[in-house]
Write a protein that binds this ligand. Structure first.
Ligand SMILES: Nc1ncnc2c1ncn2[C@@H]1O[C@H](COP(=O)(O)OP(=O)(O)OP(=O)(O)O)[C@@H](O)[C@H]1O
Ligand SMILES: [Mg+2]
Length: 305
């Protein structure tokens, strides 16, 4: 779905050139959820802005959703959805429902299709009842959910989300996670998202690209990356040893709730056949207790022997 080679962008500023992205190479497969992580200024937004045709790369090439980024930029724009880190500033008096329908119409949907899509999208993004509300009369989190709806109205097969859940309350964040998973699981949408929330990256992403100083410094699954900072050998005793489940297959996602308390020693390697749960170091847990989280639902449970 994405194939980037040597993608770079240097900005000219009054104080000299700023090499924001220094020639990154990566691939994203169809149906993947890829998380882009990294500190402020790492180059995440610049990378997304290049891939969405909003910024011309200084050098490098990319194919995005089957179209060449440079020579077929209109086609790229038609095929993708983009939710920017900072939402657009709407004109005074802009009404939420009207703006969403206008966006869908601009993307080529008929009036009937756009209205039907609006009815579908409002509850998904917890915006039911806001259809006739002026955007200027909505809270920051409500506006953020509107931004996300705006990027998804035309049913794109590839979606870029730049810090989509920043500013959302916990319930809205969890609902958006569900929606993002459903986009992939039910509609095969490919998603690239940036986040500063490690839990969000862990729960949602199949693969993480870690950026620092304009370069990709790691490209791996969340489990593999955690294994680097959370090695089994770092714990002193068997009771605090770390064990990680293998990554669940898509079919097994969300399939099981944890077994009853005391029934399972979560850290036992013999539980390697219990795939829906993800385990990691929990140094603050009392002796004999284990924390487990279902990767797909984000539900966490603690068991103590
Ligand atoms: N329009 C611009 N002009 C000059 N420099 C820029 C411009 N946009 C970004 N930069 C610089 O490029 C670098 C990368 O910025 P970018 O916005 O891509 O970082 P980021 O990883 O998205 O950070 P954050 O987590 O804070 O959103 C930073 O050093 C930033 O100051
Ligand atoms: Mg950014």
């Amino acid at each position: 779905m994405i194939s980037a080679h040597g993608l770079a962008r240097t900005f000219s500023t009054k104080t000299g050139p700023v090499a924001a992205v220094k020639g990154v190479d990566f691939e994203v497969a169809e149906g993947e959820i890829v998380g882009l992580l990294g500190p402020n200024g790492a180059g995440k937004t610049t990378t997304l802005r290049m891939l969405t045709t909003l910024l011309t790369p200084t050098s490098g090439t990319a194919t995005v959703a089957g179209a060449d980024l440079i020579t077929q930029s209109r086609e790229v724009r038609r095929r993708i959805g983009y939710v920017a880190q900072i939402g657009a500033t709407p004109a005074p008096g802009t009404i939420l429902g009207e703006e969403l329908v206008t966006q869908a119409r601009l993307q080529g949907m008929s009036k009937v299709e756009a209205s039907a899509r609006l009815v579908e999208m409002l509850p998904r993004l917890d915006l039911s009842g806001f259809e006739k509300r002026a955007l200027s009369e909505m809270s920051g989190g409500q506006r953020r959910r509107f931004d996300i709806a705006l990027g998804l109205m035309h049913n794109p097969k590839l979606v870029f989300l730049d810090e989509p859940t920043t500013g959302l309350d916990p319930q809205s964040r969890a609902n958006l996670w569900d929606h993002i998973r459903a986009l992939r699981d039910e509609h095969s949408v490919t998603i690239v998202l940036t986040t500063h929330y490690l839990e969000e990256a862990d729960v949602l992403a199949d693969r993480l690209l870690v950026m620092d100083g304009g370069a990709i410094v790691a490209d791996d699954t969340p489990d593999a990356l955690k294994a680097r900072v959370c090695p089994a050998t770092s714990s002193a005793s068997a009771s605090t040893a770390t064990w990680r489940s293998p990554r669940p297959s898509p079919a097994k996602r969300c399939s099981r709730a944890p077994a009853s308390s005391k029934a399972v020693d979560w850290c036992s390697p013999s539980n390697a056949a219990t795939p829906p749960f993800l385990h990691c170091c929990a140094p603050s847990m009392p002796q004999g207790c284990r924390s487990a989280r279902c990767r797909s639902t984000g539900r966490r449970s603690t068991t103590c022997s």
